[in-house]
Design a protein around this ligand. Structure first.
Ligand code: SF4
Length: 419
């Protein structure tokens, strides 16, 4: 097994909210299916004659996942929000996907980095034991999920055609994380500084910039770009009309939630999504609700300043960015095989997306200032998709991120929704 690097700023323990068992499709291997079938659930009155599994995936790659109840919950979730398999047979009897969530293990050369999914409310709120103290359990999971030969996987390129070896790539990652950790700056300013460095990395050739030279280069461009980020972010202009359309469509993708019932609705669901996309592109009238709990509010209401946020909300946003960067949860194998620069741009866009969704949640109850819970909920909604929904790895999503990057609108959107 390779050394496991854990995030030092994150806590987590399961608080049995059952949220993950309601919103994820749990794929099971043929071996897991056999094991669960052997557990004798058909004789259990709580399960009755409900099917335990359903087929999933396209016809050419058919798989199997756990069935769900009519409200979308996993077939094994009980009325108290607890897992019946866990209660009866212990944690190790559950499918591996359930055991691993919310952790994510990522090969990083001669080590494995660990990140967490912020779709779990306990992760968002930093509740539970420090992750750093959970090493023995995490080593067990590492053995189960990290494939043999993981150390041979190539590092993601910095940008197309610019390949570095793992040690050099990790120097860049650590450097970005150090910028995001600058405690004396507001989180938006830190993100803008890191983004300015990433933009320059995207224009650089690395044939001769390696090892100690790379560290020197990073120091130089960090100093050079520090002055590019104004002390007062309010002086940064709003994104242009094209950028605003692209951003709304991107935010809509993050805000969307496809329940199992909606997936079964077929063409009716597709038609309603198409109409919602048209409304998002226009950006006039009310924002169409994309999931239960979202109240229609005018698009214009979300463009007003929502005032300063609490220190707690900003800590959440900063921790999110740092955990994702430390854990390599933004590029390469963990993020649709995209290069580092593009992956960081996608991650940076999460910031305005989360604040836009948080505004929607606040405006839905008539508020014009954000509460911590708005940000927490928005973060969980957005991160549910980030790196996991197949649509986010497709050309249309990727070209949206790239065109926002080329227009310089990512920076503008960060500053605009930071107000
Ligand atoms: S098997 Fe258990 S832990 Fe996994 S989704 Fe179902 S209820 Fe949740």
């Amino acid at each position: 097994m390779l050394p496991l690097e854990l995030p030092t700023i994150q806590n987590w323990s399961c608080h049995n909210c059952g949220g993950c068992c309601r919103q994820h499709a749990i794929a099971v291997t043929p071996e897991e299916r056999r094991r669960i079938e052997m557990q004798g659930w058909t004789a259990d009155p709580a399960i009755g004659h409900r099917p335990l599994f359903v087929s999933s995936g396209p016809p050419w790659n058919r798989g199997c996942r756990l069935a769900h109840q009519s409200d979308g919950a996993c077939v094994f979730l009980d009325e108290q929000g607890l897992c019946r398999i866990h209660a009866k047979f212990g944690e190790a009897a559950k499918p591996l996907a359930c055991r691993v969530y919310p952790y994510a293990f990522h090969p990083a050369g001669r080590k494995i980095t660990l990140s967490l999914r912020f779709s779990c409310p306990s992760v968002v709120h930093n509740q539970g034991r420090p992750v750093i103290t959970q090493k023995p359990d995490l080593r067990e999971l590492e053995e189960l999920v990290v494939p043999a030969g993981a150390e041979k996987m190539r590092a993601p390129p910095v940008c197309p055609g610019q390949q570095l070896d793992w040690p050099d790539l990790l120097v860049i990652v650590q450097h970005l994380e150090a910028i995001l950790a600058l405690g004396d700056l507001p989180v938006a300013a830190r993100l803008l500084r890191a983004l300015a460095v990433v933009d320059l990395l995207g224009q650089s050739k690395f044939e001769k910039i390696r090892g100690p030279r790379l560290r020197e280069f990073l120091e130089i461009i960090t100093l050079a770009t520090a002055t590019e980020v104004p002390a007062d972010l309010l002086t940064i202009h709003e994104a242009g009309p094209a950028g605003r359309v692209q951003f709304r469509l991107l935010a809509a993708q993050y805000a969307r939630k496809d329940t199992f019932a909606e997936c079964d609705a077929g063409w009716r669901r597709r038609w309603s999504l198409f109409r919602a996309a048209v409304q998002f592109a226009k950006g006039r009238g009310n924002v169409p609700p994309l999931q239960p709990g979202f109240v229609p509010v005018p698009f214009a209401a979300l463009e007003q300043p929502f005032g300063p946020r609490s220190a707690e909300a900003d800590e959440m946003l900063a921790r999110y960015l740092r955990v994702k960067v430390q854990g390599l949860h933004f590029c390469g194998r963990a993020f649709y095989d995209v290069p580092l620069v593009e992956g960081f741009q996608s991650l940076a866009l999460i910031f305005p997306v989360v604040l836009w969704i948080a505004r929607w949640l606040a405006a839905g109850t008539g508020r014009t200032a954000l509460a911590v819970e708005d940000v927490a909920q928005a973060l969980a909604i957005a991160d549910h998709h980030h790196g996991y929904s197949p649509a986010f790895g497709q050309a249309s999503f990727r070209s949206r991120v790239c065109s926002l990057g080329k227009m310089g609108d990512i920076e503008r959107l960060i500053a605009w929704y930071d107000r």
